[in-house]
Design a protein around this ligand. Sequence first.
Ligand code: PEP
Length: 267
Amino acid sequence: RPRRKPLVVGNWKMNLNHREAAQWMIDYSGMNDAWEGRMTASGQPLDRPEIGILPPFTSLQSFIETLDERGMRGQLHVGAQTVSDIASGAYTGDISADMLSTLGCRYVLVGHSEQRRYHPEDDDTFATKMRVVLDNGMQPILCIGETQSGREHGIGIDYALRQLGEAVSQMGCEDMKRVVVAYEPVWSIGTGNVPDLNVIESALADIRDFINASFGADIAAAVRILYGGSVKPDNAASIIRLHDIDGFLVGGASLDPRSFAKICHRT
Ligand code: PEP
């Protein structure tokens, strides 16, 4: 498989206030030593995946400060769960991409299913958010996936591919290389129901084929595609063996630093 750096991203959703976020970082950094000295079967030092955490907006600052205090800046990156599509102005309650990048964010989720559900926006807005995130030097993590009712009506990967096509419609090849795609069947998020491994594998292959058809083979080989939906320490190792997977977007299991560290170790 082409060498893409594996990526594990924890999405805290609306959990962990700024004090709890700092404590999470302290607990996680205590577990970090477990990496040292870990070897592959052939005796090579084990590569760490790239690791990111997406706290709620109000917890970003304390999380980043604690990250710095613990000397973890190079080992764990920070991102946000959503962003405004507009640069600045009279948009009460919204947060701009500049605010996030200035704070030190590296990633921004775009189109998470909970955002799509509770703050419905049209496809053009998601495409603009992708643009705004890239223009501010961050990486969008675009979430796509079919809903429960879609699944019941036999609508699967076509729905996700349509979401992908709309969101990247304004994008050139150089930008597309920096996009991360997270395939998250909505019926799997927070439910404990993980699709059959062959279903995940074929969805990831369809996504990469789509990128190949739209942007060419080099870009398709560069884009990282994550799986998200009820990833836990005990299923991560089997899912990561699938062809074409580059890591995970983890919700619930990222709230506990020990569970999250275990998932990272198994990636
Ligand atoms: C998510 O929110 O993106 C997610 C995958 O959640 P969970 O891991 O809890 O299913």
